[in-house]
Write a protein that binds this ligand. Structure first.
Ligand code: COA
Length: 335
């Protein structure tokens, strides 16, 4: 019996309507920063931050409905939901069950995964492998994040707070026996030896109590990042993951039609583009308008590239990410 193969059937995206510009940090929040600093170091001009009616599950379900519509499918066609986030709506249960509830598909299994900025890459790999194994045929992969409610909106948190945005992206993955439209490979990596260079320490179940008034006072519930160290890893690991995918598929850099990198920092992606000698028009970025939306960034960016006609059916697309954990990886696919 031949192994079934999978493909991305369609994508969807959703961002909150509330736009936060670089100027807003100083003008509205009183943070000691500037539009020029943020633009020069990160390439970000604005991002979306959730309003009171947004939630990770609702944003994810909205992105999912668009992807399902574009695929000509109904929620009832889904066999499974994979939901990637570092910002779950609640501590437990995972947010995936709320997406299933929102889509009206009781009984459909869901798997919540973390893996931060690499979450969508891991999710796609999981979906591909469930399909290759023959257990399921149609799987929804969502990356959805609300960072804004967990950021330090004072000058203490300025390095992290200016980077992150909220949003959701979704892909419907289905069976494909056509080699012109298939997921070719996924390469996944993790290394916890420097986990603390990008993390939110508390609340955590290893602490009793999980968080104290003093922790809150010290801002231990806010994300902390050693930016330069993260930058250095990102520009090393993402090219490695791309080269691993090319080698496994017997492809060269010239074969790639479009790279969709995780949107952490435009400078990281420009550095990678130059290092790999990729023509800039073969790399799509939209961090300028959305900031770093972590697990949502790749599906949002790929969705945009498809809508703009920059990715066409049959194109060889490389998705690549690096993030907290540390985790990183790549997916090669023919769209
Ligand atoms: N506005 C103004 N100044 C800021 C600032 C902000 N938003 N954030 C930090 N600074 C200051 C620092 O306090 C520091 O001041 P000092 O020299 O007086 O101590 C100075 O700018 C330089 O800080 P540094 O952290 O060395 O800057 P950098 O050039 O490394 O840029 C990042 C900071 C965060 C933009 C950069 O390191 C980066 O993008 N790293 C990768 C981040 C990332 O991708 N994270 C997600 C991974 S998935």
């Amino acid at each position: 019996m031949s192994v079934k193969r999978s493909r991305i059937l369609a994508l969807g995206g959703y961002v909150p309507s509330n736009v936060v510009t670089n100027h807003d940090f100083k003008d509205k929040m009183g943070i000691d920063t500037s539009h020029e600093w943020i633009l020069e170091r990160t390439g970000i001009e604005e991002r979306r931050w959730a309003g009171p009616d947004d939630s990770g599950a609702l944003m994810g379900a909205t992105a999912a409905r668009e992807a399902l519509d574009k695929a000509g499918l109904e929620p009832s066609d889904l066999d499974m939901i994979v939901y990637a986030t570092l910002s779950p709506d609640q501590n437990f249960p995972g947010t995936g069950v709320f997406v299933g509830r929102e889509l009206g598909i009781p009984g459909v299994p869901c798997l919540d995964i973390r893996q931060q900025c690499t979450g969508f890459i891991y999710g796609l790999s999981i979906a591909d492998n469930f399909i290759r194994a023959g257990q399921y045929e149609t799987i929804l992969v969502i990356g959805s994040e609300i960072h804004s409610t967990g950021l330090d909106r004072s000058t203490n948190g300025r390095d992290v707070t200016v980077i992150f945005g909220d949003g959701a992206g979704a892909a419907v993955v289905g069976v494909s026996d056509d080699p012109a439209h298939q997921i070719l490979s996924s390469h996944l990596y993790a290394d916890g030896s420097e986990a603390e260079i990008l993390w939110t320490e508390k609340p955590g179940s290893k602490y009793h109590p999980r968080i104290t008034a003093q922790d809150l006072e010290e801002g231990r519930h806010y994300p902390k990042m050693q930016g330069r160290r993260v930058f250095k890893h990102a520009v090393t690991r993402m090219p490695e993951a791309i080269k691993a995918g090319l080698a496994a598929n017997g492809l060269t850099m010239d074969d790639i039609d479009m790279v969709i990198p995780h949107q952490a920092n435009l400078r990281i992606n420009e550095f990678m583009t130059q290092a790999l000698k990729l023509p800039p028009n073969k790399v799509h970025n939209n961090i300028q308008r959305y900031g770093n939306t972590t697990a949502a960034s790749i599906p949002l960016c790929m969705h945009e590239a498809v809508e703009l006609g920059k990715i066409k059916p049959g194109d060889l697309v490389c998705l690549v990410a690096f993030g907290a954990g540390l985790t990183w990886g790549s997916v090669f696919l023919r769209y």
